[in-house]
Each structure stands twice: as structure tokens, then as C-alpha cells.
Write a protein that binds this ligand. Structure first.
Ligand code: GCU
Length: 425
């Protein structure tokens, strides 16, 4: 057997020199001990699925109040779903395209989430579907002039050229994204996506724009320290997309996979933890505040993320800057909240900022909960070698290359969905 994954020492050296304040060297990870998901705050051992169900709610509440923030509203009463586009001959006749305007308030001022759906023509309905939030707009997924193109807001780290490019016709069917769609359809799954900007533009404006601007009134006169940040808002948006998918007769709402990359991988995990309608959850390179253990302080830390992205988490989370050991949870408990539903965590070899080992260890530390609930958990004792996916009810891989969602990753997620959805009876 090949050796388990280890970070490339040259890369560790290079990054450590570039960012001397950041831990990239495994030897510098401080000693830590993780809170045990299977022990209650009173010291009671959680030994049955029934006890876990109660414990699960306590943990969920801790993530709400201390990490991502509380959502002020579930499904808004006025929400409207308008299927304004239906083409049964899309992609050269291979697919059915639908576009749905999800008006979150039902008022003409919105905000409106645009859901793009492609369903393969041929396979019998209802179909399993991959649902993901995207960064750059629905139109980047296919060079299909019918996809609604929206202006992109200028957000942190964007140049105006980037903003203009992704607001223009030139960015239709960008990079490898069309290949992801083709592969999904070829393998008999539908593909659905929403741009995260439709829910909450990704920059800090004191929570005035996006869904915060319309729903924060439910908190009363001032925003409490556990009010939702942007990750909670995006996760809430995924649930609203699910509200539509449940209504669509061509979609099997019991077989919806959510996938997210990076900040949207953090979002997918949090959405999957809260909303049990999602059958499978996939986190791609989600790192700090996603699948990686915060207590390791490897790569991006709680302080760094709260400083650079002050709008992502709730205000209470800032108390844990440099005090990770005081967190009542760590990210293995987020993964455990998804149990017994299948969850896949994926890392990339060069993406040390996101702490591949910390992501593996979190998945592994969720394993006892998965096993208590009667599944096979994560069948790996050690980190697997590069490009050797492990697939139990928890899946994991570390692939070669850097921070990205690649076709290799995507095909593994389809394999994982096949394994769980198409089990021989
Ligand atoms: C930054 C951030 C990460 C995040 C990533 C992304 O690198 O520090 O936490 O995951 O952006 O979303 O691409």
C-alpha cells in the first residue's frame, strides 16, 4: 500500500516563508483535544440513536448561536416560484432546461434567486439532482444564450475587469464548468444551480443588502450577536431552492445532492446540517469554518477568517479568535450533524490554506456518530494516498493540484451518489 498523504515539504517551506505567522508545518500544530460529540455537557455518554437525536439538537443550537448565526425566518410565507423558461430541446436536444425565478418575499422588489436546471432527456422521471451554489453566475455553466445573465456586484478581491467579464456574454460557458454539466447529465442526474450573489452579495456592507436587508427586521430593533452571517444566508437560500425542487414532478426530492466549493463548501455543510431534506452533502476544499478542524490552527485560522470576511459568521464567533480551544464545538461536529446521511469531504494536495489533514481528521472524528447510527462511517484509519478516494457513508479524497472544483472531484461525487442512490436492492 502506498503511503498516506503528506504535504509536500517544499511547498510547506515556501508557504511558511511567505506567511511566517501561519502554520503550514505539521510539527507546529499545537496540542489540542476535541469535544466529544458523544458526550453531553452533563457528562452523559450518548450510546443510543435516540440519545443522539437529542444531543444533535444541542449541537445544532451551538453552531447557530456561536458560529454561523441564527436564521430569522424559515420558508417565507409570500415566496413565489415562477417557472419562466422551459425548453425540452436544450443542449442540442440532450436536455430539458428550466429557469425558475424564486421571489423570496413575493414582492416586486424581491430579492429574486434565479434557479437554472438541466435535466437529461431520456432517463425516467423523477430524477436525482445535483444542486450547487455558484460564484460567477448561472450563465458560466453553459454557452447557452437562453440562460439569464445578471450584472455582478463588485466584491472583495474582484477587479473591475473580473466583474465586467463575468457580467458579460464573454463568460458564458466558462472554463470547465460546461464539462461538469455534461458529465452530470451523461450519468443520469439533473444539475441545478443558483448564484450566491442572488441571496446575499459577498461583501461586508453592514448587512444591508441581500436577504439580510429584508428579513433582519424579524430580529427587532437591533441585530443580535447570534444573527445570521452570509454563510447562514447562503445555506438558507439552498433550502429555498429545495422548496422548489420538492414541487417539481421531474425531480426526486429524496435524492438531492448538495455540493459546494470553498466558502460554498462551508455553506453546503451548514445547509446539510440544518435541512435534512438534502440526501447527500459534498464539501469541496471547504477549509476553515467548513470541514477543517479549527483547533489545529493550520493554514487559515478563526482570527484570519473573521478579520478578512467579517460578514461570513455571526458576531459571537469573533470571541473565538485565537481561542479555538474555548469553542464548544469543532467542525467534526458539523459533519456529525449530517449523519446518517452520506457526506463527502474532499481536499486538494496544494491547498494547505484549507488544511487537508484537518479536513480528513474532522471527517474521521465524525465517524463514531455515523457508526452509532448503524452506518460504516469513514472506512479509513489513516489519510489515504493522493487520488485514492475512500467511500463509506463518509467519503474522502485528497487529489493532486490546488484549490478548485475539478472534473476529477465531480466524477467522484457522482460515483458516491451512484453508490448510495443506486444500491442493489
Ligand atoms: C479564501 C478564504 C477561504 C475560502 C476561500 C474561497 O481563501 O480564506 O476560507 O474558502 O476564500 O471561498 O475561495
Amino acid at each position: 500500500m502506498e503511503q498516506g498523504w503528506r504535504a509536500n515539504p517544499d511547498l510547506v517551506r515556501k508557504l511558511s516563508e511567505k506567511q511566517p505567522g501561519v502554520i503550514y508545518d505539521e510539527a507546529k500544530v499545537p496540542p489540542y483535544s476535541l469535544p466529544d460529540p458523544l458526550v453531553s455537557p452533563e457528562g452523559l455518554k450518548i450510546v443510543t440513536p435516540e440519545l443522539w437525536m437529542k444531543r444533535r439538537l444541542e449541537i445544532l443550537e451551538l453552531f447557530r448561536s456561536q458560529v454561523y448565526g441564527r436564521t430569522p425566518i424559515d420558508k417565507p410565507e409570500g415566496i413565489l416560484f415562477e417557472v419562466w423558461d422551459l425548453d425540452r430541446e436544450a443542449i442540442g436536444g440532450k436536455a430539458t432546461r428550466k429557469q425558475v425565478a424564486i421571489n423570496l418575499t413575493g414582492s416586486p422588489d424581491g430579492p429574486v434567486m434565479d434557479l437554472l436546471i438541466y435535466l437529461p432527456n431520456g432517463p425516467p422521471r423523477p430524477l436525482p439532482v445535483f444542486l450547487m451554489l455558484n460564484f460567477m453566475g448561472n450563465h458560466t455553466f453553459y454557452d447557452d444564450p437562453a440562460i439569464r445573465l445578471k450584472d455582478r456586484p463588485l466584491q472583495a478581491f474582484n477587479t473591475t475587469e473580473e466583474r465586467d467579464f463575468f457580467s458579460s456574454e464573454r463568460s458564458r460557458g466558462w472554463g470547465d464548468l460546461p464539462k461538469l454539466v455534461d458529465k452530470t447529465l451523461e450519468r443520469g442526474y439533473g444539475f441545478a444551480t443558483v448564484c450566491y450573489n442572488d441571496i446575499d452579495p459577498d461583501f461586508h456592507d453592514g448587512f444591508r443588502n441581500g436577504v439580510h436587508g429584508v428579513f433582519d427586521k424579524f430580529f427587532g430593533a437591533s441585530r443580535p450577536p447570534d444573527a445570521w452571517g452570509s454563510i447562514s444566508a447562503w445555506a438558507w437560500g439552498l433550502s429555498r431552492a429545495m422548496d422548489y425542487l420538492e414541487k417539481d414532478d421531474e425531480v426526486d426530492e429524496k435524492r438531492v445532492v448538495i455540493v459546494g466549493h470553498s466558502r460554498l463548501g462551508k455553506t453546503a455543510l451548514w445547509a446539510g446540517a440544518q435541512d435534512e431534506r438534502f440526501a447527500i452533502v459534498v464539501s469541496n476544499n471547504s477549509g476553515c469554518g467548513g470541514a477543517a478542524l479549527s483547533r489545529r490552527r493550520f493554514g487559515e485560522t478563526v482570527r484570519i477568517i473573521n478579520t478578512v470576511f467579517p460578514h461570513w459568521f455571526c458576531d459571537n464567533f469573533k470571541q473565538y479568535n485565537d481561542r479555538e480551544d474555548e469553542l464548544p464545538v469543532d467542525q467534526h461536529m458539523l459533519i456529525a450533524l449530517i449523519a446518517p446521511r452520506p457526506v463527502y469531504v474532499a481536499s486538494a494536495d496544494e491547498d494547505l490554506w484549507a488544511d487537508p489533514r484537518g479536513e480528513f481528521l474532522a471527517a474521521k472524528a465524525a465517524d463514531p456518530v455515523y457508526r452509532l447510527l448503524g452506518t460504516d462511517g469513514l472506512p479509513a484509519e489513516e489519510m489515504p494516498p493522493l487520488n485514492h478516494p475512500v467511500m463509506g457513508t463518509i467519503g474522502y479524497h485528497v487529489r493532486s493540484g490546488g484549490h478548485a472544483l475539478t472534473l476529477y472531484d465531480w466524477e467522484r461525487y457522482i460515483d458516491f451518489a451512484d453508490k448510495h442512490f443506486r444500491k442493489p436492492k
